[in-house]
Design a protein around this ligand. Structure first.
Ligand code: CP
Length: 309
């Protein structure tokens, strides 16, 4: 049983709650990939997606997750909404609450925006990524994919390479993977790795090769050009050469290692095309798992709402 109405980050979720979500997602994936998709679990419930930043995967998979479980789903296009007339986040939230919306999925460039919204609405708020803070559903689907492929998370070595400093995915994965007992090794240019990551439980590798050596899972992170002012690395081709994941680097990982990337990928920068499309890549499995994980979350949060609100 989840312990709160919202999913704001993995920092405030216990290992038991995370495991419950992953277990439920196993059932949801079976349903998603089956031929009978007629669930009315969320019939009469409504879901709004409120994205202040672009998205393909997170937004559409939440929309699909809601629809597949029988909820009514509405997307608010921030670019054409009253946000453009200066409406505040809280006023937008209270407006949605007045429409008796049950779930609001929000992506916002400001860290903490989902929490602020959650404190002002009765609806359950699900964080679809806030600034450089957290992206909890991405980490949950990453953990789901790792556990599905490798059978467990505890004791695994997970290497995370790339733009860690600007990455809410890295933050949520570090928190979640550590809670479930994995070792998280990180490597990036010195300009792309915050100083406190070791205090949060990460092992900071001295080289890309050290990070990947013996790894069970290797995760490349997108270079977030939109969050940078430039000057963090000399050029994209040098980034790829010295910090990217290619087949040679992957030879250092365990023979059955998998390669993850949250997407969208800058092809040829974080990962070579051969790695993206290679046999170790589980990037598209992550996407399928993302729908299952989001279905699981909606189901479990709905149970919380029915018992507690
Ligand atoms: N991984 C991820 O958040 O992708 P989108 O930006 O497409 O939602």
């Amino acid at each position: 049983m989840l312990k709160s109405k919202d999913l704001l980050g993995l920092k405030d979720k216990t290992a038991e709650e995370i495991t419950e979500i992953l277990d439920e997602a196993v059932e949801m994936k079976r349903y998603l990939c089956g031929s009978e998709r007629t669930s009315a679990l969320l019939a009469g419930k409504s879901l709004v997606t409120l994205f202040y930043e672009n998205s393909t995967r997170t937004r559409s998979s939440f929309e699909l997750a809601g629809k597949l479980l029988g909820a009514t789903e509405v997307n608010i296009s921030v670019a054409t909404s009253s946000v453009q007339k200066g409406e505040t986040l809280i006023d937008t939230g209270e407006t949605l609450d007045s429409m008796k919306v049950d779930f609001i999925v929000i992506r916002h460039p400001m860290a903490g925006a989902p929490k602020l919204l959650a404190e002002h609405v009765k609806a359950s708020v699900l964080n679809g990524g806030d600034g450089m803070h957290e992206h909890p559903t991405q980490a949950l689907l990453d953990m789901f994919t790792i556990r599905e492929r490798l059978g467990k998370i505890k004791g695994l070595k997970v290497a995370i390479l790339g733009d860690i400093k600007h990455s809410r995915v890295a933050m949520s994965n570090l928190i979640g993977l550590r809670k479930l007992g994995a070792e998280v090794h990180m490597y990036a240019p010195a300009t792309m790795i915050p100083k406190n990551m070791d205090k949060m439980g990460a092992v900071i590798a001295k080289s890309r090769e050290e990070a990947v050596e013996g790894a069970d899972a290797v995760m490349g992170l997108r270079i977030q050009l939109e969050r940078q002012n430039g000057g963090l690395f000399p050029s994209l081709s040098e980034y790829s050469r010295f910090y990217g994941v290619n087949d040679n680097v992957l030879k250092l990982a365990k023979p059955n290692a998998i390669v993850l990337h949250p997407g969208p990928v800058n092809r040829g920068v974080e990962l070579t095309p051969q790695v993206i499309d290679g046999e170790k890549s589980v990037i598209l499995e992550q996407v399928t798992g993302g729908v299952a994980v989001r279905m699981a979350l909606l189901k479990l949060l709905n149970e919380f709402r029915e018992k507690n609100l």
